[in-house]
Design a protein around this ligand. Structure first.
Ligand SMILES: C[C@H](N[C@H](C(=O)O)[C@@H]1CCCN1C(=O)[C@@H](N)CC(=O)O)C(=O)N1CCC[C@H]1C(=O)O
Ligand SMILES: [Zn+2]
Length: 528
């Protein structure tokens, strides 16, 4: 039932005036986020999409990145803190009449599991070694590029250097960390541009993958009513989304599509929601949901695990040659780790923060301290500049002002590898999981479609068992997928300080002395 009354549901809020106040606060907060831009010292003013997103992805100028990072937070979160605190109070009052202690408890109830929180913690712990090894490898490369004196002695990576406004996924710094530069590079963004792909062609390419599995095509109304490019005549929240109009025929995507690989993956993500909406459209309305919210997030990403393979990209003409050697393999696995492994602590900590706010554990004057306590501890990222309690950095991330729960993405990034493994088996693929492409497999499509059609009519362990043969969330498929990379990273990091201290320190590393620089240069050349 999460979808129908995901915020509170009007029927839950007895007091009309309080409901009106809560909705006003929510729309004020969303309005701040929607209108925010950053004006730079050089006179340039950028909106989040495409300007700031492209800058965070492609700039290698430490100071420019820092200016964008601070400016975005000054013009979003910093303006929301007090309103958000009032919103939390009213949101909790709303759910208390539904019988929940607070909004966080209500949101967790959608997973229908008394062990949901410890299960999540166990998954994160299982995945921590792989994340720590990736973090260490990336940190070393960034220290070489930006200088050790920019990095805290406690081991975190400054959050503005990871190619993304929130450091949530690091795929945009792939070129800075690529293990074997002379081997196949999987980034097809240049090729998308060379072949003058348009947003529509990107959407048609995604649809063709779904149809190749025997899944449902996008209906005409979808193509007529969706908005897939940033409108020039009016303001629109560009953050990509997919909506179900609950009339069994109207399903739409809104997205300011940029011509790059990241957006091609996002298109699959959004189209995965549409496919789910359509597959369960004949269920009674209360069952027109995902089996749990994480399942809804995992559909499109699961298919994108096939689409992103060099083999598939070659099949659709976006990669002209595929080399089958260890170096190309590691290059590919690292690019996937920058998107999937890097995300895990981020996907976990957003609602750890929010649940602690809803429960009352984190009061308003501790909002930002708690946020950086979690970011430093779980994600191993640090703020580029000192933060104060009047900052409100959580508010700089879409899902906080839009009040969209986030643990669903952590669940999705785990279960999508279970789904991928099950569909690869159904498709009769036997090689390593990261090379599997289920393209054109009707067996895989039937298996997935059968699970999607259930909607939320069965408990999610039933749906999980129907698809994968067992009822639990498990990190095993994800670990199997990345196994070759794990071994390679451990070798790369041998002798290095792996990991970071829980708390971020303000102290930075001393710069290398001249002869230390020289020694490092020789070492690097020698290792080559
Ligand atoms: C880009 C994506 N946009 C969301 C999504 O598609 O989930 C949008 C905004 C919030 C909910 N939403 C919807 O479309 C829902 N209506 C879907 C549904 O009905 O369940 C997004 O936010 N992502 C993708 C990766 C991680 C996360 C991020 O970018 O941080
Ligand atoms: Zn989604």
């Amino acid at each position: 039932m999460f979808r129908m009354i995901s915020d509170i549901g009007t029927d839950a809020m007895k007091d009309e005036a309080k409901l009106a106040r809560m909705n006003t606060l929510q729309s004020d907060i969303e309005g701040i986020y929607a209108k925010a831009t950053v004006s730079f010292s050089d006179g340039q003013t950028l909106a989040l999409e495409p300007g700031l997103t492209q800058l965070m992805a492609s700039s290698r100028n430490y100071t420019k990145l820092q200016e964008a990072w601070i400016g975005w937070r000054d013009n979003t979160g910093k303006l929301m803190r007090d309103k958000y605190a009032d919103f939390v109070t009213l949101s909790n009052e709303g759910v208390s009449s539904l019988g929940y202690h607070d909004t966080g408890e209500y949101w967790r109830s959608w997973y229908e599991s008394p062990t949901f929180e410890p299960d999540l913690q166990k998954l994160l712990e299982e995945l921590k070694p792989l994340y720590s090894n990736l973090h260490t490898y990336v940190r070393e490369k960034l220290m070489d590029l930006y200088g050790r004196d920019k990095f805290p002695t406690s081991g975190q990576i400054p959050a503005h250097l990871l190619g993304n406004m929130w450091a949530q996924q690091w795929n945009n710094i792939y070129d800075l960390v690529i293990p074997y530069p002379d081997k196949t590079s999987v980034d097809v963004t240049p090729e998308l541009k060379n072949q003058s792909y348009t947003p529509l062609r990107m959407f048609r390419t995604a649809e063709e993958f779904f149809k190749s599995l025997g899944l449902l095509p996008m209906p005409d109304r979808f193509w007529n009513k969706s908005i897939i490019v940033k409108p020039t005549d009016r303001k629109m929240v560009c953050h990509a989304s997919a909506e179900d109009f609950y009339n069994q025929k109207d399903f739409r995507i809104k997205m300011c599509t940029d011509i790059n690989m990241e957006d091609l993956v996002t298109i699959h993500h959004e189209m995965g929601h549409i496919q789910y909406f359509m597959q369960y459209k004949d269920q009674p309305v209360p069952f027109r949901d995902g089996a749990n919210p994480g399942f809804h997030e995992a559909v499109g990403d699961t298919l994108a695990l096939s689409v992103a393979t060099p083999k598939h990209l070659q099949t659709i003409g976006l990669l002209n040659s595929v080399e089958n050697d260890e170096g190309s393999d590691i290059n590919y696995l690292l690019s996937m780790a920058l998107e999937k492994i890097a995300f895990l602590p981020f996907g976990y900590l957003i609602d750890q923060w929010r649940w602690s706010v809803f429960s009352g554990e984190t009061p308003k004057d501790k909002f930002n301290d708690k946020w950086w306590e979690l970011r430093c501890k779980y994600q191993g990222v640090s703020p580029p500049v000192e933060r104060t309690s009047t900052d409100f950095d959580p508010g700089a991330k879409y899902h906080i002002p839009s009040n969209t729960p986030y643990i669903r993405y952590f669940v999705s990034f785990v279960v999508q590898f279970q789904f991928h493994k099950a569909l690869c088996e159904a498709a009769g693929q036997t090689g390593p999981l990261h090379k599997c492409d289920i393209y054109r497999s009707k067996e895989a499509g039937t298996k997935l479609g059968d699970m999607l059609r259930l909607g939320s009519s069965k408990p999610w362990p039933y749906a999980m068992e129907a698809l994968t043969g067992q009822p639990n969330m498990s990190a095993k498929a994800l670990m199997d997928y990345f196994a070759p990379l794990t071994a390679w990273l451990e070798k790369q990091n041998a002798g290095k300080q792996v990991g970071w201290q829980d708390a971020c320190s303000n102290q930075r590393h001393a710069p290398l002395s001249a002869n230390e620089q020289q020694a490092k240069k020789w070492l690097t050349e020698y290792n080559m």
